[in-house]
Design a protein around this ligand. Structure first.
Ligand SMILES: *Cc1c(COP(=O)(O)O)cnc(C)c1O
Length: 391
């Protein structure tokens, strides 16, 4: 009996990709073995995060980095770091930001559900720009000068959500923010592949970048990376670690925390709620090393082969058209008869086995299959379920 059967939980066929609602993706055997081994010993958590920082810095080009419990946790910790800096009194007061830098600037068209993590640090989000191109009324969106104009002495950071469509381009945002001494925190949670994005935002000058560990990297579902400037990462980890220790006994690893720079030891910080365990840190690091040791091209070939097999198995589908969309992450687009896509989506989900597809184009009558969280031996079964529901 599988572990999920023991708890009476169905496993699903995940043709949606590594989203949180459907539990991310799979762990490779090497990653789960590393996590199991990590659980058999005890370590000093600050020392483990310092080792993580070296690995993450080596891979991203950032000065420092930590493993977080997700990209959203990275947004909370990163915002808290931009607000409180290295002041233990300010760390201790969060999310009460009265009298402190208590504003974060975001482009209105970049607002999204995850910005709750930013607000949780106690800041108010100041929106700029009118997204005309999103409303359909025009072609423009926020411009760099509007961000500049919104910066005041209360601005803790500019939070930028990186996607291929984000405007203004990040380089311009960094330029105007740095002109005024304001750090830029980039949400790059789902910006992999390409693997080069692990370095890209840092190379552009971003002060902090948050990635999800449970998405393309293939780390534990509840993992992430926050990397960037040494002082900000030091602040972030101080607000995340358990600090139940006397100042005299406390000897944190210098590579991550420079005790000399602190006026005192803050109490547990606002990020203590997003604690990350040793198994998660080790799992993320091993997954990250494996991710960069492979390549976008190799991953694409594996996914493409899977999608081609699925496409072949669906070639006789009468009342739907099946199109392979190539790219770094190839997908299969299945266009159904008008008005039936949501119903098919629900039938797939409620069937046995339950199948989750990517519903982001349901309005256009399309179901998308993302191959990155499919097992090779699930392709035939997936094809059969799709034929049963659609064909
Ligand atoms: C997935 C995602 C997050 C959250 O990442 P977690 O690792 O699940 O916390 C944040 N921002 C964006 C844009 C995302 O796509």
């Amino acid at each position: 009996m599988s572990i999920y059967e023991q708890f009476g939980v169905r496993t699903i066929i995940n043709a949606k990709g590594p989203s949180t609602r459907v539990s991310g993706g799979f762990l490779e055997a090497e990653v789960s073995a590393a996590m199991a081994e990590a659980g058999r010993h005890c370590v000093d958590m600050a020392e483990l995060q310092a080792a993580a920082s070296s690995v993450i810095a080596g891979i991203t080009g950032a000065e420092a980095g930590i493993v977080t419990s997700g990209a959203a946790a990275g947004l909370l910790l990163g915002t808290a770091a931009c607000v409180a800096g290295l002041d233990p009194a300010q760390m201790s007061r969060l999310p009460d930001t009265r009298g402190m830098k208590d504003e974060v600037i975001m482009v209105r068209s970049q607002r999204n559900f995850y910005d709750h993590a930013v607000r949780a640090a106690g800041v108010q989000i100041i929106e700029v720009g009118l997204p005309d191109r999103v409303s359909g009324a025009g072609v423009r969106d926020a411009e760099a000068w509007e961000i500049s104009a919104a910066i005041t002495e209360r601005t803790a950071a500019v939070v930028y959500v990186a996607t291929g469509r984000s405007r203004p381009v990040l380089a311009e945002v960094i330029r105007v923010a740095h002109d005024r001494g304001v750090p830029v925190l980039v949400d790059a949670a789902a910006q992999l592949p390409p693997a080069s994005n692990l370095q890209h935002f840092i190379a552009l000058g971003a002060d902090l970048v948050a990635f999800s560990g449970g998405k393309a990297i293939g780390g534990p579902q509840g993992s992430g990376i926050l990397c960037g400037r040494r002082d900000l990462i030091m602040s972030a980890i101080l607000q995340n670690l358990d600090l139940d220790i006397e100042w005299a006994q406390w000897s944190p690893p210098l590579g991550l925390i420079d005790k000399q720079r602190l006026a005192g030891l803050p109490p547990h910080g606002i990020g203590r709620t997003c604690k990350v365990g040793k198994e998660t840190i080790v799992g993320l690091l091993v997954a990250l090393q494996r991710f960069v040791a492979s390549s976008d091209a190799r991953r694409r070939l594996v996914w493409l082969a899977r999608i081609e097999r699925l496409a072949a198995a669906l070639s006789t589908l009468g009342n739907a058209t099946v199109v392979l969309r190539d790219g770094l992450l190839p997908k299969l687009a299945i266009t159904l008869m008008e008005g039936t896509a949501m119903q098919a989506c629900v039938q797939l989900q409620d069937g046995d086995p339950s199948v989750q597809v990517d519903p982001s184009e349901v309005e256009n009558g399309r179901l998308l299959v993302n191959p990155s969280c499919l097992a090779d031996d699930e392709v035939e079964l997936l094809a059969r379920r799709i034929r049963e529901v659609i064909g």
